[in-house]
Write a protein that binds this ligand. Sequence first.
Ligand SMILES: [Ca+2]
Ligand SMILES: [Ca+2]
Length: 230
Amino acid sequence: MSPTGSSRRRLTTAVAVALAAACVSTFTTGGTAAATATTAVSSSTTQQGVASLLPNSVVIGHGATGFLTAGGDMSGDGRPDLLATDKTGVLWLYKGTGSATAPFSKAVRIGGGWGVYNKITATGNIGGGPAGDLIARDTSGELWLYLGKGDGTFTGRTRIDTGWDWFHDIVAVGDANRDGRNDLVVSHRGEGTAGRLFLFPGTGDWRAPFSPVESVLTSPRLAQTDSRLF
Ligand SMILES: [Ca+2]
Ligand SMILES: [Ca+2]
């Protein structure tokens, strides 16, 4: 079912805000994973004072050459964590500490074999389990769910869909439609002049984690070959 015009505008705004909020980390070239604390420049003396106390960037690790994703608490301590893969396909967990100067603990090895995926996204709790979950797409377009156990590890994977190689980007945006459950936004560049943006509303049920897809936006910008959501 397609959203109405007004609801589509609200949804598009919510998605845009959520996407901006999701972009809290950068993945730099040269094999360095760096978390960047965004510093807003303000004319407010108070805000300037606070901003002066914050670091511009904190290097948290080296050698991550695959995926870097954040967006959920995988360890069950209430603080968001970071996940990264290395060139050998090993997945590493960086537990959030809540400290601006040392925001993540030393990497903990989760396991190997993650090199079969061409997209890994930390979705937060999307399956109704005790902690943040992972969505991963393999090279044949199958989509897999890893339920977080709450101790930094995950259950065995569950295949939740096929044909997801049609999408170029898969981004966890939190609760974009404000129903209390986390969602996914995906894009398709299209074969013509306009690409499309879709919302997969979360259900909170790992056995069927998404409601039917909703078309959110059609735009020529999404058709550009260098366009990326994240
Ligand atoms: Ca955590
Ligand atoms: Ca939702």
